[in-house]
Design a protein around this ligand. Structure first.
Ligand code: AP5
Ligand code: MG
Length: 224
């Protein structure tokens, strides 16, 4: 294994971005930077920032670009990310965010932006089955990966619940926003020679193996 990687994971809601980002961050020993997890943690903390974020998350709306860009810019200036790299999960989601990211990551740039491709029918099934820990945010699926004790988190013992934005109305809105705002980023990264389109179907292990093979191939051509 060759540690260090500078990765973006794209994909519609339920494509498996979070699931794969956790695995890739362990594999390459780099921080997993998830804007969704950051906002959910802020909501749980009850901070002013969290209260402002909550209304966007529950409605499935995007948090304004300048807020998200500020959060990511701050995180990507820490030593761990500048030295070892990162797996970005849920960012960028608009062209404005992508343009800001490319400025933030100068001079090293990115290794690859992975688009996890998956049918909408499958994501709806996955989101209906998804459960998360209300304390630490660990991810489960009642059909494929349930907690060992129903309703209790394997990692921290917290309550395992459905996410507040996994309602029918918020899922519909998130998928609409994906089509309008985020899907164009696939071509945006492709035009810059940074895109890898990857099949998001199959077991989580099969998807990880596919991604690692592609990332390692790309890293070979981008010596740091
Ligand atoms: P975010 O948390 O990023 O949510 P999302 O984009 O809606 O994506 P999800 O987390 O729903 O899906 P995922 O692809 O991570 O799938 P997962 O791995 O969980 O964002 C939430 C909100 O925050 C946004 O709506 C917005 O308000 C705000 N926000 C965040 N970033 C922002 C930004 N950049 N700009 C503006 N606003 C922003 O998998 C889903 C389920 O499937 C799980 O149960 C999992 O166990 C299961 N599963 C995964 N892989 C497999 C597999 N291979 N086989 C079977 N089951 C699988
Ligand atoms: Mg996620």
């Amino acid at each position: 294994m060759n540690p260090g990687a500078r990765l973006v994971i794209l994909g519609k809601q339920g494509a498996g971005k979070g699931t794969q980002a956790v695995r890739l961050s362990r594999h390459y020993v780099v921080p997993h930077v998830s804007t969704g997890d950051t906002f959910r943690a802020a909501v749980r903390s009850g901070s002013e920032f969290g209260k402002r974020a909550q209304k966007y998350l529950e409605a499935g709306e995007l948090v304004p670009d300048e807020v998200v860009i500020g959060v990511v810019r701050e995180r990507l200036t820490h030593d761990d990310t500048t030295h070892r790299g990162f797996v970005l999960d849920g960012f960028p989601r608009t062209v404005q965010q992508a343009e800001a990211l490319m400025e933030i990551v100068v001079p090293q740039g990115l290794d690859v932006a992975i688009d996890l491709e998956i049918d909408t029918r499958v994501v709806l099934e996955r989101l209906a089955s998804r459960r998360v820990c209300s304390d630490c945010g660990a991810n489960y699926s009642v059909s494929d990966n349930p907690p060992r004790v129903p309703g209790i988190c394997d990692v921290c013992g917290g309550d395992v619940v459905q996410r507040d934005d996994d309602t029918e109305a918020a899922i519909r809105r998130r998928l609409e926003l994906y089509d309008h705002e985020t899907a164009p980023l696939v071509d945006w990264f492709d035009e810059r020679g940074l895109l890898a389109r990857m099949d998001g179907m199959g077991s989580p292990d099969q998807v990880t193996e596919r991604l690692v093979t592609e990332i390692d191939r790309r890293k070979k051509f981008r010596p740091r």
